[in-house]
Design a protein around this ligand. Structure first.
Ligand code: PLP
Length: 380
């Protein structure tokens, strides 16, 4: 048997006719730039999330940058200044920290909670109480692997210190926290439609969700060069629109989103049951709340790389998200700050292993993954 970490062909087969019809419609109307499907997707997703405004854009990375730029512009600046600091996690995809730099601000990394892999609100407070705390303008919590951050604590801190919250929801589309959809709790939500994400297109794409009309307006101008009139602009903008054809595909895939997220949860439940027997494996928590963009275990006693190699030999694909923390990358040297030791984040880079959790994975494939992992630990 061969179980790859992700096989997107299956989803295509599952909804092939609808996808072909959707693309065909675009071919007929030829309205490629901000065509009717973009508007329809924005409306459907706004409804789905229960938020006022959604603006499609070119990627999840751009959604983060656009959100930050909109906040800076609302404060009367074109960009943030390096004096302005934004707190986030060092255990995330590069884009989270990179977006802060591109908005002109300085990232401040604080350590994570060992159980959720998400930013630890206690350390956010520690930094805000420090002498540099007054420079902090906002927080970017990342709902890593589809698991919600502790949004109660984060929103309380944000209100207390009067700073913004921009949720990085790239890995958690459809997830919720206390009956609110992720991406609607903070001031702005940034979503990614990268093909591998829970709601993925057939190329790059993203979306910004927000609560007020002025933020929406600024983002709408920024995605098309920075002006209402593209030949007479107000801001340093981007060409960062969502493609019509991607929106058409995403409209089809949105129909299956809840079903697929449920399938992910089911697989995670089964993995959890079976793998928690293994002494040297720590299975993820928050089964109820997570939408399992990744199913990520911790492997103890330095055996992670051996297990990964063993699974590869047995034709099971796995990934390490992430092998490096952001503060360890050259990009962030001298451009970012850290609050205390990044002990838990660095430990996570050594222990995490993400297993296949494609929604259409068969039970036999799941069994094969489970049995092969058990085989490794009885041998070693
Ligand atoms: C994928 C991802 C992004 C970036 O999304 P793109 O659409 O690839 O630009 C940002 N943050 C996190 C946490 C991600 O996983």
């Amino acid at each position: 048997m061969n179980v790859s970490i992700l096989d997107l062909k299956r989803e295509y087969q599952y909804m092939k006719n609808d996808i072909l019809n959707a693309i065909n419609k675009c071919l007929e109307h030829q309205s490629w730039i901000l065509g009717p499907e973009v508007k329809e997707l924005e409306q459907k997703i706004a409804e789905f999330l229960d938020i006022k405004y959604c603006v499609g854009c070119s990627s999840g990375t751009d959604a983060l940058v656009l959100g930050l730029r909109a906040i800076a512009i609302e404060k009367g600046m074109e960009f943030f200044s390096p004096h302005d600091e934004i707190i986030t996690t060092p255990f995330t995809f590069t884009a989270t920290g990179d977006a802060i730099l591109r908005s002109g601000a300085t990232p401040v990394f604080v350590d994570i909670e060992p159980d959720t892999f998400n930013i630890n609100p206690e350390f956010i407070t520690t930094y805000l109480q420090s002498e540099h705390g007054k420079n902090v303008k906002g927080i970017i919590p990342v709902h890593l692997y589809g698991t919600p951050c502790n949004m109660d604590a984060i929103m309380n801190i944000a209100h207390q210190y009067e700073i913004f919250v921009l949720e990085d929801v790239a890995q958690a589309f459809g997830g919720s926290y206390d009956n609110s959809k992720l991406g609607t709790i903070g001031d702005i939500g940034a979503f990614s439609f990268f093909p591998s994400k829970n709601l993925g297109g057939y190329g790059d794409g993203g979306m910004v969700a927000c609560h007020n009309a002025s933020t929406e307006n600024i983002i709408r101008t920024l995605i098309k060069h920075g002006g209402k009139d593209k030949y007479n602009v107000d801001h340093i903008g981007y060409n960062a629109r969502l493609d019509t054809i991607q929106a058409a595909i995403l409209l089809v895939k949105l129909i299956y989103l809840d079903e697929f997220n449920e399938r992910r949860k089911k697989i995670a439940q089964r993995y959890n049951q079976e793998l928690s027997e293994i002494k040297e494996v720590k299975v993820p928590i928050s089964i109820q709340e997570s939408v399992f963009h990744q199913y990520t275990i911790r492997v103890k006693n330095g055996k992670r790389d051996q297990l990964q190699a063993f699974l590869k030999e047995k034709c099971i694909g796995t990934m390490v998200y992430y092998p490096f923390c952001l503060h360890q990358m050259k990009l962030f040297q001298g451009r970012a700050k850290v609050q205390g030791k990044m002990e838990q984040a660095e430990k996570a880079t050594q222990e995490v292993l993400s297993l296949p959790i494609e929604p259409l994975m068969t039970e036999e494939e799941q069994t094969y993954v489970i049995d092969t992992i058990k085989e490794f630990f009885t041998k070693s």
